[in-house]
Design a protein around this ligand. Sequence first.
Ligand code: ADP
Ligand code: MG
Length: 325
Amino acid sequence: DRVVNKIAAGEVVERPESVVKELIENSIDAKADTIKVFLKKSGKREIKVIDNGIGMSYDDALLAFERHATSKIEDVKDIENICTLGFRGEALPSIASVSKVILKTAKTNENEGTIIRIEGGILKKVEKAALPSGTEITVSSLFFNTPARKKFLKSDETELSRIVRLVNSYVLANPHTAFYLSNDGKNLLSFSSFENLETRIKKILGSDFLSFKIDYPHLKVEVFLLPPEKALKSPIKQYFLLNGRFVRDKTISQSVYNAFKSVTSFFEGYPQGVIKLQILPELVDVNVHPSKLEVRFRNQNEVYSTIKEACIKALENREKPSKIT
Ligand code: ADP
Ligand code: MG
């Protein structure tokens, strides 16, 4: 059974970034409004996530590490109605099977919390303790028992830049949540809950972005783009938000790219910017992939042309004389 866990872990846990992703999503699902991520050695040595969410009871905390014990799917139809980011009850068991985990958690208004220590999927210690409400999970020595997978990790720099991009995507998708990220004690990101989407975009992209909005009843497109000369060799500052969730999608990236192409002759590289889409839920299928990063639009052509139009308008706006203030 432990071997099965380790193999299955490969689907969820590929690198430090995947651990950070699962832990942040759990904190969001737990309604935390402050999420702090502390890394050591780009997460290869340690990932600690602290939230002020609803916490877990003693029984829930133990169940959290049992595969599918917490699955929220009772019926195939349920998958359509899931409003939490997690639903398979797979992340924590998978993470715990390939690392050393310490979970400290306490429910709001309960003065006793729970501490659980698990190494390589083996329960080492469970105790009750006085803890602040919320959850703190420390994941250390990732892949200590699967050396082959450890070898696949990239340089500290690359692993860290993936995590920064990931956290930024949650920063944009959850504008009312405070986020903090540090590596080896060095502060990398810090967003208070008072910073709205626009201020967050400014902090992430820089203040010289160009924006435009198209507002149809069934489809709203808002684009915030860095000018073409700020294109980069990778889509590191390219963020797509669909109905408040970070997604990756070819239709969106193609349409943005083609807009840049049509406005700028000899455009090269990756456009950088934030594309925010609000679309009627029945017009989009988000369950194409379990990680929900990939989506399928019912009206793909319309989505494509509307994003392209918004991008072109944003880029052309710059050519107009700026407002006299
Ligand atoms: P899933 O998110 O798919 O339900 P996970 O393995 O990620 O599965 O988490 C298992 C369960 O542990 C969750 O359903 C939730 O009940 C609980 N849990 C995990 N992280 C937290 C957290 N930060 N705060 C409160 N509860 C949590
Ligand atoms: Mg989860």
